[in-house]
Design a protein around this ligand. Structure first.
Ligand code: HPA
Ligand code: MG
Length: 218
């Protein structure tokens, strides 16, 4: 996917005030601004579901959610993909799977990527089409590590759909096959994106505030 195909969220332009939308009262001091309201997220996913589905042949695809952050995007995307049509104008047979990957503590990547799949589970992917569904590509190192691991297991195809791609100088250069929005270099939370497991219960994608970072640091 080249950059003309995703929505570029520019910080100044997209800074919605918290007062203009419904934000849970328990987070009012913990987020700075709304970058992407929930309705726009949903409308964009509807389009991604059409694009992604239309690029597959009539073969079963294993759609794998990268937990925990990817779960909301995964469930909304899969629901919309069920109603979309593939290359041959048919609905796409899908199998759903879940992979737990963890590398972040506070707002920093720890550098250690822990992948939950067993050797047996990885071997079962041989010859299959895999679509990984991720919430955000930040430095890209987590996904690079995951793809490196998967490359040893002779899959038929591996594609990655990420709702967000962060525009950061720390990027390793990895760009996923499908992107919803490119976001500024801020720590973002909401729509299941977390800061130490907090903020998953916020619908909009928001920039965390300094107060928020302090309140929930570990
Ligand atoms: N927010 C939440 N999770 C993340 C981020 C972010 O900005 N970057 C990497 N994981
Ligand atoms: Mg995460």
């Amino acid at each position: 996917m080249d950059s003309s195909q995703w929505i570029d969220v520019v910080e100044d332009k997209f800074k919605y005030k918290l007062d203009h939308f419904v934000v849970p009262g328990h987070y009012k001091d913990d987020v700075e601004s709304i970058l992407i309201p929930h309705g726009i997220i949903m409308d964009r996913i509807a389009k991604l579901a059409q694009i992604i589905t239309s690029e597959y042949d009539n073969e079963r695809v294993v759609v794998a959610c990268v937990l925990k952050g990817g779960h909301q995007f995964f469930s909304d995307l899969v629901n919309l993909m069920k109603k979309a049509l593939n290359k041959e104008g048919k609905t796409l047979p899908m199998t759903l799977d879940f992979i737990r990957v963890k590398s972040y503590e506070n707002d920093k990547s720890t550098g250690n990527v822990h992948i939950s799949m067993t050797e047996k589970e990885l071997k079962e992917l041989k010859g299959k089409n895999l679509l990984l569904v991720e919430d955000i590509i930040d430095t890209g190192k987590t996904m690079q590590r995951l793809l490196e691991t998967l490359s040893k297991y002779e899959l038929k195809s591996v594609k990655v759909a990420s709702l967000l791609l962060k525009k950061t100088p720390l990027s390793c250069g990895y760009v996923p096959d499908y992107v919803g929005f490119a976001v500024p270099d801020l720590f973002v939370v909401g729509y299941c994106l977390d800061y130490n497991d907090i903020f998953r219960d916020l619908d909009h994608i928001c920039a965390i505030s300094e107060t928020g970072k302090k309140s929930y640091a570990v």
